[in-house]
Write a protein that binds this ligand. Structure first.
Ligand SMILES: *[C@@H]1O[C@H](CO)[C@@H](O)[C@H](O)[C@H]1NC(C)=O
Ligand SMILES: *[C@@H]1O[C@H](CO)[C@@H](O)[C@H](O)[C@H]1NC(C)=O
Ligand SMILES: *[C@@H]1O[C@H](CO)[C@@H](O)[C@H](O)[C@H]1NC(C)=O
Ligand SMILES: *[C@@H]1O[C@H](CO)[C@@H](O)[C@H](O)[C@H]1NC(C)=O
Ligand SMILES: *[C@@H]1O[C@H](CO)[C@@H](O)[C@H](O)[C@H]1NC(C)=O
Length: 418
């Protein structure tokens, strides 16, 4: 694994910190730096004898709480800024009293109290997740959102087999998709948004029985795997990454889907017809991508959609009454595309309580439209959406079909190029 971005300036930061008040002692600093570098170099799984590395003389109600103590004390040493003193009371054997640490009877032995959850949300803590956290084998809930944790998710997290909710959003984690989440048999909720994860999404992610998947605001670059159709999730958010390719046709098989957000990626192609099968979907956002082709055959099927956002694409043709009069539709923004006709029911502020946006298109007799020169080449282009994704490339309609002299037969009645 490359160490770049993985807290490597840590040594430098720690040396600087050691000179200011309320900072770590230089012993602590060198301990942390040493451990972090070790865990970067080596397989970061947990050696079997790790829990004995720290001499624990205090007594514990049970062995699992002792293991939790080792995990939490090591974590505390891996924290180099804790502005709200959240971990200030992380001392002594009563780990169940630590701020953000929650105990409950063990699932497999209700006579034992064990650490069942960690919730350090919004603590603004800087540090990393040490390998020893793999000792928290009873944890079902791990929430550390809105902190400054960096580095990678240690492989030892695979030992947290009861994990149900994993929220590490809004931190500084790096590296590939944290595949360790795929090893948890009971995980339902994965939130890794607002980090610096990069590379491909593993297709296996969508084979887990998840309720919600938040991937937004990272640096993922892959296509969206076809396995997405097998996902049991009701909410999937891909927004603000660099996903490429088309929306897989398998999307029509997402029977629990309620909300899917593709906003701001590098996706393209035509919307697949199967999208129209998602009659239970309430929020669909595909804005700020490069989708092209028409929308009537696909979006008309969204009988329960309330929010429909398709702005900033290269969509063409008619915005039809069958879409604008969908029974639950409240917000429908189709601005900044190349639509050249809209039904009168689609005109903004024609219908009470509905927010429609049609600006920046090629609509005749509507304010704030694109210039004829901008519209003409796109509106006159023929797109064959019956082909896979509407062409060989998902990003641009097939240029071979471009024939500007056929523009009038495409129904284009907007301003002509000057
Ligand atoms: C942090 O909290 C601990 C325990 O509550 C307290 O003893 C310590 O003085 C606090 N430190 C700061 C800097 O407030
Ligand atoms: C949807 O699922 C059915 C049944 O598993 C399968 O036959 C069909 O091919 C799937 N459709 C797509 C587009 O993947
Ligand atoms: C919509 O939801 C209902 C009730 O949960 C379910 O029976 C139905 O299969 C869903 N429809 C689709 C197309 O997923
Ligand atoms: C709907 O659009 C209005 C106006 O643009 C906006 O204020 C509101 O937040 C939107 N609602 C939803 C649910 O997106
Ligand atoms: C474009 O279309 C016109 C009229 O349909 C036809 O005469 C012409 O040959 C076409 N040009 C190309 C390059 O396909």
């Amino acid at each position: 694994m490359s160490a770049s971005g993985v807290c490597l300036p840590l040594v430098v930061i720690l040396l600087a910190l050691a000179r200011v008040s309320h900072a770590l002692t230089s012993d602590q600093a060198s301990f942390i730096a040493h451990r972090q570098l070790l865990s970067l170099k080596e397989n970061d799984d947990l050696p079997a004898d790790f829990e004995y590395e720290i001499d624990v003389t205090v007594t514990f109600a049970n062995r699992r709480l002792k293991r939790a103590y080792v995990a939490l004390q090591t974590w505390k040493k891996a924290i180099y800024s804790d502005p709200f003193n959240t971990t200030g009371n992380w001392d002594g054997p009563n780990v169940c009293e630590y701020t953000g640490v929650f105990c409950a009877p063990a699932l497999d032995d209700p006579s034992l109290d064990v650490v069942a959850g960690v919730d350090l949300n919004h603590a603004d803590i800087a540090g990393y997740l040490p390998t020893e956290l793999g000792l928290l084998t009873d944890v079902a809930l791990f929430h550390v959102n809105s902190n400054r944790f960096c580095g990678v998710i240690p492989k030892s997290f695979s030992k947290l087999i009861l994990m149900h909710e994993f929220d590490i959003s809004n931190n500084r984690f790096v590296g590939g998709f944290p595949k360790v989440v795929l090893t948890w048999p009971a995980v339902k909720f994965i939130d890794i948004r607002y980090n610096d994860f990069e590379g491909k999404l593993p297709p296996e992610l969508f084979l887990k029985e998840l309720d919600a998947i938040f991937l937004n605001n990272n640096r993922f670059t892959s296509t969206i795997p076809d396995t997405v159709g097998k996902s049991t999730a009701s909410v999937v958010v891909f927004a603000y990454n660099k996903f490429t390719g088309c929306i897989p046709r398998t999307i029509g098989n997402m029977t629990n889907l309620n909300e899917i957000i593709f906003l701001n990626n590098h996706l393209g192609g035509c919307f697949p017809d199967e999208l129209g099968l998602l009659e239970n979907m309430t929020i669909f956002d595909a804005s700020h991508n490069s989708f092209f082709g028409g929308i009537t055959t696909t979006l008309t099927g969204l009988k329960n959609v309330e929010v429909l956002e398709i702005a900033n694409n290269k969509l063409t043709g008619l915005v039809s009454e069958s879409i604008c009069s969908l029974p639950k539709l409240i917000n429908f923004t189709f601005s900044d595309n190349y639509f050249n006709a809209e039904d009168k029911s689609c005109v903004p502020s024609q219908t009470e309580g509905k927010f429609f946006g049609d600006s920046g298109n090629c609509l005749p007799n509507r304010p704030g439209q694109k210039s004829g020169m901008e519209c003409y080449p796109v509106v006159s282009r023929q797109v064959d959406c019956s082909k896979s994704c509407g062409g060989d490339s998902c990003l641009e309609p097939p240029s071979a079909n471009t024939n500007t002299s056929t523009s009038s037969s495409q129904g284009y009645t907007g301003r002509q190029p000057t």
